[in-house]
Design a protein around this ligand. Structure first.
Ligand SMILES: [Fe+2]
Ligand SMILES: [Fe+2]
Length: 209
């Protein structure tokens, strides 16, 4: 299981990688998705699911950006890849948002006219590898699943989170929100910052010792 510090380290090491077919990095995409959720008033669990929805891409080494695995016909099943590393740290509500965001794409393709056509080339390739557009029965069954409506909303923020140079709060800001919804006792986690102080993973204040 990852700690919040581990998650911060993963983003520090690999967050600079390009998001396939889009003018943002993996970290920028994660922050923009979380920022859209936050701006819409989403709670800590939903914001955290948005922040971490594509973490699975960064926990394996199947290629990214110009080397997208979809070009080799590979589905990296990133919606599942992060779950074993996050289970025990976050609730099923957080995990469910991550797990279901790909099926939410399949659902939106089936139910929103023009949605599939507007997907990027990489997303259209991955859609086929992920099982394709839901048929009517699959769409009806999906939206009845617990957490499906939240996953659809996550996916819609996900779609918008590809703005070159888009301004967002920092990763530290969203890690504070993630920490607030951790289900794990604090052992092994960095403590949250006292009110008004910088979080510990931000390091010393600029100009400080
Ligand atoms: Fe994704
Ligand atoms: Fe995404």
């Amino acid at each position: 299981m990852l700690s919040l510090h581990d998650i911060e380290t993963v983003f520090a090491r690999r967050g600079h990688e390009q998001y396939a077919g889009e003018p943002v990095t993996q970290l920028e995409h994660a922050l923009q998705t979380a920022a859209l959720a936050e701006a819409a008033g989403a709670d800590d669990e939903r914001v955290t699911a948005c922040l971490l929805h594509d973490l699975g891409h960064l926990l394996q080494d199947l290629g990214s950006g110009e080397d997208s695995p979809t070009l080799r016909g590979v589905d990296d099943v990133h919606q599942y890849a992060a779950l074993p590393f996050l289970r025990g740290l976050f609730s099923e509500r957080v995990l469910g948002g991550i797990q279901l965001h790909v099926d939410a794409k399949r659902y939106l393709c089936a139910t929103v006219p023009g949605y599939e056509a507007a997907l990027s080339d990489d997303s259209q390739r991955s859609l086929k590898l992920q099982g394709g557009v839901f048929d009517a029965d699959q769409a009806a069954a999906f939206i009845k699943r617990p957490g499906a409506a939240d996953a659809v909303k996550l996916r819609q923020w996900d779609d918008l989170a590809k703005v070159e140079g888009g301004a967002t709060p920092s990763l530290s800001h969203f890690l504070v929100r993630a920490q607030r919804c951790c289900i794990l006792p604090p052992t092994g986690l960095r403590p949250g910052p006292p009110k008004g102080e910088r979080p510990p993973w931000d390091g010393p204040a600029p100009g400080g010792a």
